[in-house]
Design a protein around this ligand. Sequence first.
Ligand SMILES: *Cc1c(COP(=O)(O)O)cnc(C)c1O
Length: 374
Amino acid sequence: MTSFDFMSLAHSGVQHLKPYQPGKPMAELERELGISNSLKLASNENPLGASPKAVEAIINAANGVEIYPDGNGFQLKQALAEKLSVEAAVITLGNGSNEILELLARVFLWPGKNAVFSQHAFAVYPLVTQAVGAELRIADALPDSHAQPYGHDLNAMLSLIDENTGLVFIANPNNPTGTWITESELREFLQQVPEHVIVVLDEAYCEYVQMSEYPNGVFLMREFDNLLVTRTFSKIYGLAGLRIGYGISNAAIADALNRARQPFNTNLLAQVAAVAALADDEFVVKSCEVNNQGLALIENELLDRGLPCIPSVGNFISFMTKRPAADVYNALLRETVIVRPIDNYGFPNGLRVTIGNAEQNKIFLTALDQVLHD
Ligand SMILES: *Cc1c(COP(=O)(O)O)cnc(C)c1O
């Protein structure tokens, strides 16, 4: 064996990358504790499962998996185009919307260019930026006292944009803060962003948001050519395990992204499931209802226990613990409940919990009480 440092061969952005920390898998906790009934509220998955129509479509398609998928995703793009009233040519399909974020970085960033995003923003933005050797420009978040505490400060972001800026990432709502940006705030921001800068509006949770002032990025694209919206089937549609998401942009940006992607980046089962899920309005409505009830409940219960939380419009909420969050996280694991530490997001005393169904929320709160009283 040589002692050659192979990591030193990687470009410096990669050498300094801190890998993404996913939620702890249930099977892992169950192996560790020798149990079989853990509860994962760590990755903002849908507590109702997947859309039943999508599951049926997967079963029906399972016998055809010896065939490559349609590399162009014709059916899914048609279904999306119809649903969103756009042309199919403006859509880029991705292996999760995460892949769209990565493609954007690969296509529009390189050493010497920079990407602008907010402190406490979704962890994938710095990852994809650093992985291509571009500069990270991180704007201070809104203060604790703001109506959107720790949310994106669009003016601060604007002031970091220069001639080398390739991308601006905005999560609306943001994960893990659950904070959101109104239509008028977003429009005012977009009016000031130079046209050479692509604004990536990440709408992974948009289907959950019911505020009247919440913008629809796809409508705003009619006004702003440099706006790109990402959405996913991982959250409200309950298809996180399949990895399917998409970007919507002007056709030239979509063309560039589609040139750079793998020929068969989205798989056959994901494509048919997404088409079926898209038609399952009933499942989306139900998921939203369950989330609204659970979100209000969890927020109240956390506040009742003296745990400050960041008001959220997503299917998760972040809250602050009074002792180191790692202790509370580990104690919850021993109660068989998996939540998500958010120290890597700049909240060393914070935990994020996904809103579950009524029964799961009760299990979480009971476990939390147990932990807080220990
Ligand atoms: C979960 C999430 C995504 C995307 O997830 P995919 O499963 O890759 O589609 C994107 N953005 C944010 C803010 C998220 O929380």
